[in-house]
Design a binder for this molecule. Structure first.
Ligand SMILES: Cc1cc2nc3c(=O)[nH]c(=O)nc-3n(C[C@H](O)[C@H](O)[C@H](O)COP(=O)(O)OP(=O)(O)OC[C@H]3O[C@@H](n4cnc5c(N)ncnc54)[C@H](O)[C@@H]3O)c2cc1C
Length: 449
């Protein structure tokens, strides 16, 4: 019998280990061919910035080299848009004539629609399409309330997720794939970062995660965003660590991974969020301020709120921002400046190396109180109190706002007008107390209209 060919289209699954489609291909003895289609115009249209594009390109190049080292064919092509990527794929299918095409499902609207078109092509060409749910752990169709509806609240979703998966054997590692990751590849580096986190920081995760100057979290989000790591790998190492470490910390970390799944699930079941709408549609009628100077000050870390400015400058330089600060700065944009959350969402996507539509949209809508299971609109963080609580010595501010580095731990969170002038640091562009009242008014007006 001649060996059958399986074509794997890699998208946000740029790894060779713990890869469902590769494991399947190996198990069934297929001749494997891989491909990746560079869709820069589409990425740009989705607001991905240079950092994320660089990651895609380097990871795709390494993937190609891994395949080739294992003697496997790999096609790396420049396609432009999703529409064009479908044409490229179609031509590849005609040329290779695979028995099967394998994909890891993606849940956001444009990606879902693209894959529906791919399914049509496969039907026309007589190619069997294999779709694996590997970007998240469970097919979103399989998690539903007792009334057979999609969940809209995180905690019952998480409990249902755990009831389906937290059994021995369910979260087992996948068998090793045929190609090996290259020694110094992004995939290897991500695996090492995960192992190092588990060995050194996981135990203290629940106490440390919000204290952002301590770097107590895993920092694996950019690896998860383009699939250098799989969520399965993260759960497997965390489960293995349960015996040695503080169980509460391990489960807390796993719950964060489940938040990531929850937001992808929301994009899938409520695709209006992918069209720029509020999850809670009534909030689309909110009237936002229109002030490009404020937006500019926020983007460039010049608001006069040290924690917000430190966060924004960190993002600009590094492409990363710790989670607590993402919440603080997102609330500041929407509740202190009264600017539309979509402007912040867009800016984050352009800057973040881990930019991921669902997590970003979910985080922004949570902070703006327009989202699924979001912060209630009257819960408004005070950026100065948040700074005192989670960066008590002001170390993070000192690192990113060096003009304030000479101030004491007490003054650095909110310097006096004189200190600001002496340090060359801006006066605050808004007053928190007043801005808070205006936001409460904005939401109340909507509720009574
Ligand atoms: C306004 C806002 C925007 C955000 N934008 C993004 C984004 O574009 N991409 C992104 O990956 N995350 C985003 N997040 C979620 C979170 O801030 C990052 O995932 C986290 O900071 C990454 O750091 P880590 O890998 O050290 O996380 P850890 O705390 O070690 O968590 C492990 C993993 O769990 C997932 N995770 C953790 N917290 C969340 C969360 N709140 N929501 C969804 N997934 C989570 C991430 O994949 C993360 O890598 C956003 C949060 C907010 C409030």
């Amino acid at each position: 019998m001649t060996e059958q060919t399986l074509l794997i289209w890699h998208r946000n699954d740029l790894r060779v280990q713990s890869h469902a489609a590769l494991a399947y291909a190996r198990e069934h003895g297929f001749r494997i061919i891989g491909c990746f289609l560079d869709v820069e115009s589409q990425w740009r249209a989705h607001d991905h910035g240079d950092r994320k594009l660089e990651l895609y390109r380097r990871a795709a190049d390494e993937l190609q080299r891994s395949y080739r080292q294992a003697g496997l064919e790999f096609h790396l092509q420049v396609a432009g848009t999703y529409e064009q990527s479908i044409e490229h794929l179609h031509r590849l299918i005609e040329r290779i004539q695979p028995a099967e095409l394998a994909l890891h499902a993606e849940y956001e609207l444009n990606e879902y629609q693209r894959d529906c078109q791919v399914a049509d092509i496969c039907r026309q060409r007589g190619v069997r399409l294999r779709i694996f749910h590997d970007q998240i752990m469970i097919n979103p169709e399989k998690i539903r309330t007792k009334a057979d509806q999609p969940f809209k609240v995180y905690t019952p979703f998480m409990k249902c997720w755990r009831s389906l998966l937290d059994h021995p054997g369910q979260l087992a590692p996948l068998p090793d794939s045929l190609p090996e990751p290259l020694p110094d590849s992004l995939e290897r580096q991500a695996q090492m970062r995960l192992q190092q986190f588990v060995a050194e920081r996981l135990d203290g995760y629940s106490q440390g995660r919000d204290f952002y100057a301590r770097s107590a979290t895993a920092e694996v989000s950019s690896a998860l965003a383009i699939g250098l790591l799989s969520t399965r790998q993260c759960h497997v190492v965390a489960m293995a660590a349960r015996h040695d470490y503080n169980t509460e910390a391990v489960e807390k970390w796993r719950n964060e991974l489940i938040w990531r799944e929850f937001y992808k699930y929301i994009s899938y079941h409520f695709p209006h969020v992918c069209r720029g709408n509020s999850f809670r549609r009534e909030y689309d009628a909110l009237s936002w301020n229109d002030n490009s100077d404020w937006l500019d000050a926020w983007q460039n870390g010049q608001t006069g709120y040290p924690a917000v400015d430190a966060a924004q400058r960190c993002l600009l330089v590094s492409g990363f921002m710790p989670n607590r600060l993402r919440m603080v700065t997102a609330m500041f944009l929407t509740k202190d400046l009264g600017l539309d959350w979509r402007a912040g969402e867009r800016w984050f996507m352009q800057q973040l190396a881990d930019g991921d539509f669902s997590a970003n949209n979910g985080g922004w809508q949570w902070s703006a109180s327009t989202g699924v299971d979001a912060a209630p609109y009257f819960r408004i963080f005070n950026p100065v109190e948040q700074s005192k609580k989670f960066d008590p010595d002001g170390d993070f501010i000192r690192l990113w706002v060096p003009e304030l580095s000479g101030l004491s731990g007490r003054d650095i969170h909110w310097p006096s007008a004189l200190q600001r002038t002496q340090c060359g640091y801006p006066q605050a562009i808004v007053e928190h107390k007043q801005a808070r009242l205006e936001t409460l008014e904005r939401f109340k007006r909507l509720k009574t209209s």
